[in-house]
Write a protein that binds this ligand. Sequence first.
Ligand code: FCB
Length: 480
Amino acid sequence: MVTAAHQHTAPGPEAPRTFPEGFLWGSATASYQIEGAAAEDGRTPSIWDTYARTPGRVRNGDTGDIATDHYHRWREDVALMADLGIGAYRFSLAWPRIQPTGRGPAAQKGLDFYRRLVDELLDKGIQPVATLYHWDLPQELEDAGGWPERATAERFAEYAALAADALGDRVKTWTTLNEPWCSAFLGYGSGVHAPGRTDPVDALRAAHHLNLAHGLAVRALRDRIPADARCSVTLNLHHLRPLTGDAADADAVRRIDALANRVFTGPMLRGAYPEDLLKDTAPLTDWSFVHDGDLREIHQPLDFLGVNYYTPTVVSRADGSGTHTSDGHGRSAHSPWPGADDVAFHQPPGETTAMGWAVDPSGLHELLGRLASDFPGLPLVITENGAAFDDYADPSGNVNDPARISYLRGHLAAVHQAIADGADVRGYFLWSLLDNFEWGYGYSKRFGAVYVDYPTGTRIPKASARWYSAVARTGVLPGA
Ligand code: FCB
């Protein structure tokens, strides 16, 4: 039955879909994943350098020492984006390039690199979107205690001020943190990300200090950037589904929602930690690391929320055995979910990418709908979406990746549908511009629209890059 509520919805999946005027079409990368030049121009090791150099941490012993060599090939990479007609570029600043010891004055050469990059982007009509922190904490700050320590948040605000002073005249869109959930819970809980520590209370302390870092950095940015510049944060909100209709599974969803999502959206967007989160984790900590005034500091007005989405997460109530092998974030004997050892994670049915992540665009549609109703008036931007597949260059030098095109088509249709249903989604950034260092998986997973031949550094736009280019240029998702 067609009800009034359905009459305004967008056409079916087969028809072409036109995105709103001004919708931003972008691509995304992160400093450690692409730059290389790990010891150049005064850059010091970050926690990812240390972690990657520790045997057994990263697949094949891969490191970001050279990566895609973007530090030297940045001009070529900007030209590639210009050729593809991409309107915006989301990249991150390497804290250990800008402030090598994590404190004190800025390193001129580090700033110069980003100034040149931004000028080239602006020259080519590409909007720069700068993320302050995509996981490369200066090692010196980890040695002083890392994110479980409050001082790290204070250092972050000082670094944000240096970045804003140097680039605030040219960068109009800023993101404080990328996926603080990964920094806190994979970095200090399960240990599958740098720095590889495994203490559930440290993970919760890290989450709070990342929240605080975000709030302090927004204030530092706002004090320095023009009034029309935008501030945001990017979260990897988990779209959760219960395994069954049982009340116990609904409760598993509630608990993981608190630990994955509301631990950040609560303080950042509502000014409070969720009561149920504090109660669920009470056996571990009394949260006394949250000081008076912190929540006010964290709760800063934002111009948009960045949303990273790849796949949904299916959970159920389990027997408390404490093994977490299928939550999509890598295997570890330690849980990234403090106090939730009786929640089990399940592989959703159907097709998967090379990461083993289920392909499910309906999760993105539902997530955007939920955010639109939970946070009315807050614009949304998809700051990452994409897929890894086992791409290769054929003998004639072409990289044909139909599975990625199909993934992107499905997810863009879901975004379009969410907009038709009333969500205020302003843009979409494909992860990633280039194949790159995929954290614990090293170079074994290729997420790029552009193929990178690592031995030579040669870039080859894949079929998906050409496909995405046509969408970005026209603002129209073609019919299937
Ligand atoms: C996200 C990260 C990004 C990339 C993708 C695949 O969690 O933000 O750096 O690794 O996953």
